[in-house]
Design a protein around this ligand. Structure first.
Ligand SMILES: Cc1ncc(COP(=O)(O)O)c(C=O)c1O
Length: 388
């Protein structure tokens, strides 16, 4: 059976070049990067090369990159590394659970957290961030691109507000890296998280940019790896994969390759808007990363549509992978003001480098008819009111 994968915000397939770069580090190049002999030096060089590539993608120095086990750890290290009991943190209502639940944990330790709202397009108003500042605000953590809608926040403005107030600024750029330009200097952030598996590197590796001079309390205690910011023997193969993927992502951005992905996403979105009734885009009118569209199909259970499409070979998602199967509607969509039934009727289509225009046509051949069939089965579908 033919399978088309449009769930690249959940995870992306490894690019063949990334796999090829990693392969030797599973076999002949097995050394511990902390060993001083030949085997260790070989893997140390590979880790440092990868650090250079990740730094080049983010516009920072190699020494400012800390490798982690992924985006979740990078977010945790940023927040728990900086905040102490009595500190105030500003975040938003649409953050990934890695940030939301880190904030909850810090609240339990005596921090205060203010979650600024978003508007109907999913955007934070920088003035709300400014108004939320308090004398004891230590950190602002607001994501760059949302995992469910692809909406891109005004991080540069927020960076300026943070700098003026002399407050640290962390941004979760897990869904932005490799899709739009991510330049830490342009953003003006002190900390920035990325994750390998969202940009065609393997799962289980990520990185945190830590601006020079920023002192973080580590999450783990052990050896002095990663300049004492992250103890533990390096995941060399994963780091090499992240380095290769970062190099390829930078090349693609420099060459303007993402325009083709935006074209595919726009065609998918526009055709569905034209061909399906009672449908709309969540995040419409906001700046968005070029690979994501999140659409509501009124009078449908999103989970039912995901399953029906999967049976026909199309993989999409109702939102964050970790909340799939949960009964609660997406916190991102409800924060944008969607009614719970509309939030539950929403689906995310997210493209990756491997997807082709022909796969978009495959999806366009499936989605409208599947929506129609499910609606025909729904007692809620107002059959008499459908002619537009
Ligand atoms: C915005 C965002 N932040 C953080 C994460 C967590 O990254 P990881 O899966 O590497 O732990 C994700 C993953 O879905 C994400 O989308």
């Amino acid at each position: 059976m033919r399978r088309v994968y449009f769930d690249n915000n959940a995870t992306t397939p490894l690019l063949p070049e990334v796999f090829a770069a990693m392969r030797p580090y599973f076999s002949e190049q097995f050394g511990n990067a902390s060993s001083i002999h030949h085997h260790g030096q070989e893997t140390r060089a590979a880790v440092e090369n990868a650090r250079e590539s990740v730094a080049a993608l983010l516009g920072c120095r190699a020494s400012e990159i800390v490798f982690t086990s992924g985006g979740t750890e990078a977010d945790n290290l940023a927040l728990s590394g900086l905040a102490r009991s009595g500190d105030h943190i500003i975040s938003s209502t649409v953050e990934h659970h890695a940030v939301l639940n880190s904030c909850k944990h810090l609240e339990s330790l005596g921090c205060e957290v203010t979650d600024v709202p978003v508007d109907g397009r999913g955007l934070v108003d920088p003035d709300d961030v400014r108004r939320a500042l308090r004398p004891h605000t230590r950190l602002i953590s607001i994501m760059m691109a949302n995992n469910e809608t692809g909406v891109v926040q005004p991080v540069e403005e927020i960076g300026r507000i943070a700098a003026e107030a002399d407050v640290y600024f962390h941004t979760d750029a897990v869904q932005a890296a490799g899709k739009i330009l991510v330049d830490v200097k342009q953003i003006g952030c002190d900390l920035l998280s990325i994750s390998g598996h969202k940009l065609h590197a393997p799962q289980g590796v990520g990185a945190l940019y830590v601006r020079k001079g920023t002192v973080l309390q580590p999450l783990f205690f052990g050896g002095s790896h990663e300049r004492s910011r992250r103890a533990g023997t390096e995941n060399v193969a994963g780091i090499v994969g992240l380095g290769k993927a970062a190099e390829m992502a930078k090349q693609a951005l420099d060459q303007g390759d993402l325009a083709q992905m935006a074209e595919m996403r726009d065609r998918l979105e526009q055709k569905l808007l034209a061909e399906v009734e009672a449908v709309g885009v969540n995040g419409y009118g906001a700046p968005r990363v070029p690979n994501t569209t999140n659409l509501y199909f009124d009078f449908i259970e999103g989970e039912a549509l995901v399953i029906a499409l999967d049976l026909k070979g199309l993989a999409v998602s109702t939102g964050a992978a970790c909340s799939s199967g949960a009964i609660e509607p997406s916190h991102v969509l409800t924060a944008m003001g969607l009614r719970p039934d509309r939030a539950r009727a929403s689906l995310r289509f997210s493209l990756g480098k491997q997807n082709t225009p022909e796969e978009v046509e495959f999806a366009l051949g499936l989605v409208p008819q599947t929506v129609t069939r499910l609606r025909e089965l729904s007692p809620l579908w107002p059959k008499s009111a459908v002619s537009r």
